[in-house]
Ligand binder design. Structure first.
Ligand code: HXC
Ligand code: NAP
Length: 278
């Protein structure tokens, strides 16, 4: 159903576009004719990501920490005008909630919830002033709805982003700005797997717990993202679409971990995952 020009004449910023799902969304959009801007904190990662595109024209990179209001404003001043924004940048890690520190909680909420607000605000205020409309796409998770054990800061922040999707989708509809979300189930990426899949055995059990008995793919996600960013979905707004092989209804997030591994072992595992990153 896509044509090579489905996203032609659209310039789209993808936060966290230097790796994983953000990069897959950016590649998919570029294949359909979009000009894409990849943002992240790490210049080298962005450069390598841009080099992985079959055609380098139409791909820009910009370093920005989405937690920093000034940095976000500067980025938008540099790359505006835009037609689309994908709020994909995120931080996440496992922890028993009683072991979280205030700064650990704040760090994830800052990236996911505040970062999404700052970018959406920078996009919306300009688009409204210039009467140009646009499409915002937020990447949440199945547990934005249900909550989840062991990823409390992420679950709270993604729930906030889901509410932001509905709130702004309605508030900005009359300005021609659509705001939607995708709630993916697990999709193998280096960033997610090194933080959330501690062993091959747990990976196998996670997969078996999904009704479709498999993980999602980057291609499946990028196709849905392209659809929501394109004019093909012009009457869809304030909506969140689960893309999870049925995982969310069966029992989303990491609640099942507690049935796979005794709690004290999980706590030790989480500590070892944290220290292996230092
Ligand atoms: C407990 C931790 C921790 C861990 C960090 N912290 N890692 N606490 N367990 N594993 C605490 C630190 O001790 C510190 O608190 C605070 O968090 C900030 O840590 P920093 O390392 O200084 O933060 P920073 O360098 O800003 O890095 C942010 C980060 C990091 C979130 C901690 O992991 C990151 O950069 N992540 C980006 C990519 C990412 O997470 N991708 C995965 C997305 S996958 P104190 O109190 O000590 O100062 C995803 C999947 C969802 O979301 C669903 C899948 C099904
Ligand atoms: P990832 O590769 O780790 O992606 C996260 C990206 O965000 C990285 O490119 C990272 O780059 C960037 N980032 C982190 N903090 C940032 C900040 N403060 N400012 C700007 N950029 C920042 O993991 P992923 O699996 O692709 O995840 C992408 C999105 O999908 C996230 O929203 C995640 O919650 C969601 N998701 C993933 C899955 C899954 O199974 N993979 C499932 C559901 C939802 P830098 O570190 O260089 O900044």
């Amino acid at each position: 159903m896509f044509q090579s020009d489905t996203l032609a004449n659209k310039k789209i910023l993808i936060t966290g576009g230097g790796s994983g799902l953000g990069l897959a969304i950016a590649r998919g959009a570029a294949e359909l004719g979009a000009r894409v801007v990849l943002c992240g904190r790490t210049e080298e990662k962005l450069r390598q990501a841009a080099n992985s595109f079959p055609k380098s024209e139409g791909v820009e990179t910009i370093t920005c920490d989405v937690r920093e209001p000034e940095s976000v404003e500067e980025m938008f001043s540099n790359i505006w005008p835009l037609d689309g924004l994908v709020n994909n940048a995120a931080g996440n890690f496992y922890s028993c909630s009683e072991d979280l520190t205030p700064n650990g909680f704040r760090t994830v909420v800052d990236i996911v919830l505040h970062g999404t607000f700052l970018c959406s605000h920078a996009f919306g205020s300009r688009a409204i002033r210039e009467e140009r409309g646009g499409s915002i796409l937020n990447i949440v998770t199945t547990y934005a709805d249900s909550g989840s054990m062991f990823v409390l800061p992420s679950a709270c922040a993604k729930a906030g982003v889901l509410t932001m999707t509905k709130s702004l989708g309605v508030e900005w509809a009359s300005y021609g700005i659509r705001v939607n979300a995708i709630a993916p189930g697990p999709i193998p990426t280096e960033g997610a797997w090194e933080r959330l899949v501690p062993s091959a055995d747990i990976e196998k059990k996670m997969k078996e717990a999904i009704p479709m008995r498999r993980f999602g793919t980057e291609e499946e996600l990028s196709q849905l993202a392209s659809f929501l960013l394109s004019d093909m979905s012009s009457y869809i707004t304030a909506e969140s679409i689960a893309m999870d092989g049925g995982e969310g209804l069966q029992g989303s997030g990491f609640n099942l971990l507690d049935q796979m591994v005794p709690r004290e072992e999980l706590r030790k595992l989480f500590y070892s995952m944290k220290s292996s990153k230092k």
